[in-house]
Every structure is written in structure tokens, then in C-alpha cells.
Design a protein around this ligand. Structure first.
Ligand code: GDP
Ligand code: IMO
Ligand code: MG
Length: 427
């Protein structure tokens, strides 16, 4: 059986964790392929509520092998803490592997993320300050340290000494901050090596064998397409590729092996951090959604900006990811609204804009053109079959399908795994 990719269609936090954990029941492998511990994926199941940052959402199934792929950047301290907290809750994490090619977040990345954000002042990106941007800069700048470097004491020591010297130059001369000690960094990372070495393998070979056996492999996206450095609201984006293309690159699975690409979309929009969001609301509807849906970041606890569904942005997501279907989450959050809006185009001055602009100065000039649909004012969390949804809810979903030219495969009507309407099952 080929691989399936589950990705975020908006600005992240669409409910990927819930959907992946649910679908993982049928999978043999779940692979994270992008981002790092900037991600926060909520899973609610029989073991409790979890906010996963690096470990794939399939970890709760003993028959599922979880992989942190080469496209992820790993903060070893954060990973070890996550492993410990899962173990403390009785979750078996022995069936878990880390790509030897995955880059590591180093202490100077964390420091530089904070220093760079502060230097940006009012133009701050609003990063999660997990060192993600600086770590990917070093990856593409060909000076990163990879998980495989943890395996050899001499290699690790030499690489850390080289890079701490380089980075101390920036830290002290550009930012006037205190330098790091290469010896301290080495001691810490050699300590992490003792815990993590046994998990570090050639995951490309592992996944090749899995596909040859026809095991179902699921790729778990992090972030969302509108945070992609190419297609998102650059420069207010993350630094790796949350797209379907990123799924291939970040796992070592080629495009021919992908059979389905499911884009997860909230039934409305949220964004955390800076940057344009054309359908953002600042009125009482935004407060209502934020409080009803507990729209606060899983990783940083920041309040999420809330607004109506943006079909212009959504259509771009469908296109650049070749989505075969959508999972629409949090439909239940809209249960209490008498009318619901969808942004079907933008207006810039007198001009109607149908495509998501590449430049943020153009996007910032865009006002949403809304279509208003009646709400259903009926609880939907108990619904399990599509035909049992209120007519107005079905009309809303049908309209999203039309506007995005993509079928709805899954509807999520609550945070719990059973609160799901499966239209096109997996596996
Ligand atoms: P992710 O980063 O895409 O995995 O999403 P997050 O976990 O950061 O945020 C999604 C939030 O929505 C979490 O609090 C989930 O528990 C919650 N959630 C997911 N699906 C639904 C749903 O259908 N209804 C409601 N009410 N909450 C949901
Ligand atoms: P999940 O996987 C929502 C946002 C940050 C910031 C921008 C850059 O849970 O959907 P970074 O720390 O990556 O350099 O920050 O990207 N961001 C996310 N927003 N969900 C996420 O992940 C995010 N990961 C990064 O808020 O605006
Ligand atoms: Mg999240």
C-alpha cells in the first residue's frame, strides 16, 4: 500500500494531530517530515490529552512504527522531555526511530531566534522561539549538525567546537550578547547522545522496506501551507516545507509512492504569530470562536487570531499540494452562529482578486469579499453520518467543496477521536 500525506491547509493548528491519530489505526508507519518542536499536535484518546511536538501522532498504537524524518529539525532536550512524559503516562515508545539525516537545533539557534526576533521590533514574525529558523538556515547553509553526528564522540566534539566559534562571532559582535561555551554545549549533547543513539537509523531504508511490504505509511505534516516559505505569507512563514512536496523531501519517499493527500482545514481560519490574515475578525465573533474553541497555541499558549474561512487561500493549498481530499475540522465550533461567512475573493481598490497574492503588501491591501450562508444552530458533535448533519451544515461543506474544487473526505465535529464523520475511509 502506498503512502498517504496528511497536511495543514491553512496557517497550522488545523487539527492534524487528531486526524493523524485517528487514521493511524490503519497505518503501520507514521512519519513527521517537517518543522520541529514549533509544532503542537493535540491528541485526545483513551490515555488522556497530549500536546505532541516532535513525536508522531501514531505513537499510541503498539503496531505503528513512528519516525522522525530527515526534514525535521530536532531539539534533543525537547525530544527527550517528550519521550519521558509519554513514558510516564504508560505509552510504549520503543517502536520509534530518528533519521540520521535530521538536523539538530543547537543552543545557539535558540539564542539567535530570540535575538533576531527582538531585533525585528514591530516587524517580529512571532516565531515560537524554538530555534527553528536559525536551524534551517544552517541546514541550507551547509553547516548544520545532524542526528547522525551524535553517534561519534570525536565528530560531535569537533563540529560543536567549530560551530560555537562561528556563532559566538554573531552572538557577541552583532548582538552584544554573552558567548556560549563549546565545552558546555558538547557535554550537554554528548549526554543527549547516550539517550538518543539507539533510535538513530537510516529511516529512508526503513521506509523503503515498509513500502516494499505494502505497509501503509502515513506522513504527518506540521504547520500549514500558508506558512510555507514559497507559498505562504512570506516573510511571515516558518522555515521548512509543510506541503505535500515537503512530505516527499522530508521523508525520502518519492512522489510515485503517494496515493492520497489529505488537507486538514478548520471550518474557519486561525493564525498565531504575525503576518497578514485577510479574513481576521476583531469583533465579538472572534472572541466567541476563540473562547468556545479554546483557540490558544498548543506550543506557546498564545491566543490565536480567528476569522472566517478563506477560500482564496484554500484554493492555493489545494493546488500546490495536489490535495485529493479535505478533512474539515471544528465544524461544531460554528454550531452557535446564525450566519457564517466564506471569503470567495478579495477586493483591492476596485479590482477583484481571485488568486492569493505572493507579496504581503498586496495581500495587506486586500479586503475579503464574503458570501453569507445560514448557520444550523444545532449541535453537531453527536453526529456520525454525513446525512445526519443539519442541511445548512451540509450546504456549508458542499460550498467549500465547490470553491476549493476538492472533496470533503472527513468531517470532524469534536476534539475526541470518535467525534468524526468518515466519508472516505483510509486503508
Ligand atoms: P494541529 O497542530 O493541526 O494538530 O492542531 P492543534 O492540536 O494545535 O489545534 C487543534 C485544536 O482543535 C486542538 O485543541 C484539538 O483538540 C481541537 N480539535 C481538533 N478537531 C476538533 C473538532 O472537530 N472540534 C473541536 N471542537 N475541536 C477540535
Ligand atoms: P502546528 O504543527 C501554528 C508559526 C509561528 C510563527 C511562524 C514562524 O501545530 O500546526 P517558527 O517558530 O516556525 O519560526 O515560527 O510560524 N508556526 C505555527 N503556527 N501551528 C504551528 O504548528 C506552527 N509552527 C510555526 O507562530 O508565526
Ligand atoms: Mg498545533
Amino acid at each position: 500500500m502506498p503512502a498517504i500525506i496528511v497536511i495543514g491547509g491553512q496557517w497550522g493548528d488545523e487539527g492534524k494531530g487528531k486526524i493523524v491519530e485517528l487514521l493511524a489505526e490503519k497505518a503501520r508507519f507514521v512519519v513527521r517530515y517537517s518543522g520541529g518542536n514549533n509544532a503542537g499536535h493535540t491528541v485526545i484518546n483513551q490515555y488522556g490529552e497530549f500536546g505532541l511536538h516532535l513525536i508522531p501522532s501514531g505513537i499510541f498504537y503498539p503496531g505503528v512504527t513512528c519516525v522522525i524524518g530527515n526534514g525535521v529539525v530536532i531539539d534533543p532536550a525537547s525530544l527527550i522531555q517528550e519521550m519521558e512524559s509519554l513514558k510516564a503516562k504508560g505509552i510504549d515508545i520503543s517502536n520509534f526511530f530518528i533519521s540520521e539525516r535530521a538536523h539538530m537545533v543547537m543552543p545557539y539557534h535558540l539564542l539567535l531566534d530570540a535575538l533576531e526576533e527582538e531585533a525585528r521590533g514591530a516587524g517580529a514574525i512571532g516565531t515560537t522561539r524554538r530555534g527553528i529558523g536559525p536551524a534551517f538556515v544552517d541546514k541550507t547553509g551547509r553547516q548544520g549538525l545532524r542526528a547522525g553526528d551524535l553517534l561519534e564522540r570525536e565528530v560531535l566534539s569537533k563540529r560543536i567546537a567549530e560551530m560555537v566559534t562561528v556563532k559566538n562571532g554573531f552572538i557577541t559582535r552583532v548582538y552584544g550578547a554573552a558567548p556560549l561555551s563549546a565545552g558546555d554545549v558538547f557535554e550537554k549533547y554528548w549526554g543527549y547522545s547516550q539517550v538518543l543513539s539507539r533510535y538513530i537509523v537510516d529511516t529512508v531504508a526503513l521506509l523503503k522496506d515498509a513500502l516494499a511490504r505494502k505497509d501503509l505509511v502515513m506522513l504527518e505534516g506540521a504547520q500549514g501551507t500558508l506558512l510555507d516559505p514559497d507559498f505562504g505569507t512570506y516573510p511571515y512563514v516558518t522555515s521548512s516545507y509543510p506541503t505535500a512536496g515537503g512530505g516527499c523531501q522530508g521523508s525520502g519517499i518519492g512522489p510515485k509512492d503517494i496515493s492520497r493527500i489529505i488537507g486538514v482545514f478548520k471550518a474557519y481560519s486561525t493564525r498565531v504569530g504575525g503576518g497578514p490574515m485577510p479574513t481576521e475578525l476583531t469583533d465579538e465573533t472572534a472572541t466567541l470562536i476563540r473562547e468556545r474553541a479554546r483557540e490558544y497555541g498548543t506550543t506557546t499558549g498564545r491566543p490565536r487570531r480567528c476569522g472566517w474561512f478563506d477560500a482564496v487561500a484554500g484554493a492555493l493549498s489545494v493546488q500546490v499540494n495536489s490535495l485529493t481530499g479535505m478533512a474539515v475540522t471544528r465544524l461544531d465550533v460554528l454550531d452557535i452562529l446564525p450566519t457564517i461567512k466564506i471569503c470567495t475573493a478579495y477586493k483591492s481598490g476596485d479590482r477583484v482578486v481571485q488568486r492569493f497574492p505572493a507579496q504581503i503588501d498586496l495581500l495587506e491591501k486586500c479586503c475579503p469579499v464574503y458570501e453569507e450562508l445560514p448557520g444550523w444552530l444545532t449541535p453537531t458533535s453527536g453526529v456520525r453520518r454525513y446525512r445526519d448533519l443539519p442541511l445548512a451544515a451540509r450546504r456549508y461543506l458542499r460550498r467549500l467543496e465547490e470553491l476549493l474544487a476538492c472533496p470533503v473526505d472527513i468531517v470532524s465535529v469534536g476534539a475526541r477521536r470518535e467525534e468524526t464523520i468518515m466519508i472516505k475511509p483510509v486503508g
